[in-house]
Design a protein around this ligand. Structure first.
Ligand code: AP5
Length: 209
């Protein structure tokens, strides 16, 4: 399966992509995670991306496109992939269309106030990138990653004012992709409210032939 997961910040794309990628045996390719790794490692790309990410705006197309092309060329992506957070502009979608065909694009939608709650309660593991929520998806031992035992942290772009900018950025620059993929017959809409496992079932149903 070659899939794209689309949706506003905090809708649950990453959570669902991780589960489905395990189920399908394909890699989850999160451009947000790759960029955060570059910021943490202080690479040239990370230095150029950091300011945009902290402000809640998009990293310029040329940087993200080059990075994603390289990732898609790795051997594990040959058997399929879930792209989580790419494309985010029509220009990125046009490049992706030239690189690979897609089987479907899943668009997650959720009310803005729910998005704020999901982002503000999110905690992430800086070491293994596991994602938690203080209320709906808490680690077994408060503040400690279940998988690797590191202390979980709040993402710098999860402050409420930055989340609001990220939602605006999504509406202005990314949401036109909904019509773009509808026109190409690839769009599957999934309501992202409810328990994580309920959304898992909706995703499977949306993708069933
Ligand atoms: P990125 O990391 O992709 O951020 P995002 O799109 O804003 O998405 P999030 O990671 O915030 O949310 P999500 O939908 O994955 O939700 P999650 O599963 O974590 O990008 C960060 C930045 O990088 C961008 O702002 C931009 O600057 C840059 N960037 C990345 N890609 C780019 C691109 N292509 N072009 C240009 N710039 C790019 O869930 C959220 C929370 O809710 C978690 O706490 C989770 O535990 C909880 N949760 C999940 N599902 C449920 C549920 N069903 N019920 C209750 N809680 C739930």
């Amino acid at each position: 399966m070659r899939l794209v997961f689309l949706g506003p910040p905090g809708a649950g794309k990453g959570t669902q992509a991780a589960k489905l990628a395990d189920h399908l045996g394909v890699p989850r390719i999160s451009t947000g995670d790759i960029l955060r790794r570059n910021v943490a490692d202080g690479t040239d790309l990370g230095k150029r991306a950091k300011g945009y990410m902290e402000a809640g705006t998009l990293v310029p197309d040329d940087l993200v496109i080059e990075m994603t092309k390289r990732r898609l060329a790795e051997p594990d992506a040959k058997k399929g992939f879930i792209l989580d957070g790419f494309p985010r502009t029509i220009a990125q979608a046009e490049v992706l269309a030239k690189l690979t065909p897609l089987d479907a694009v899943v668009d997650f939608y959720l009310e803005p106030e729910e998005l704020i709650k999901r982002n503000s309660g999110r905690r992430v593991c800086p070491k293994c990138e596991a994602v938690y929520h203080v209320l709906s998806n808490a680690p077994r031992k408060p503040g400690i990653c279940d998988r690797c035992g590191s202390t979980v942290v709040t993402r710098p772009d999860d402050r409420e004012e930055v989340v609001r900018t990220r939602i605006e950025t999504y509406e202005n620059q990314t949401s036109p992709l909904i019509q773009y993929y509808k026109d190409r017959g690839l769009l599957r809409e999934v309501y992202a409210s409810g328990l994580i496992d309920e959304v898992v079932l909706r995703v499977r149903e949306a993708l069933s032939p």
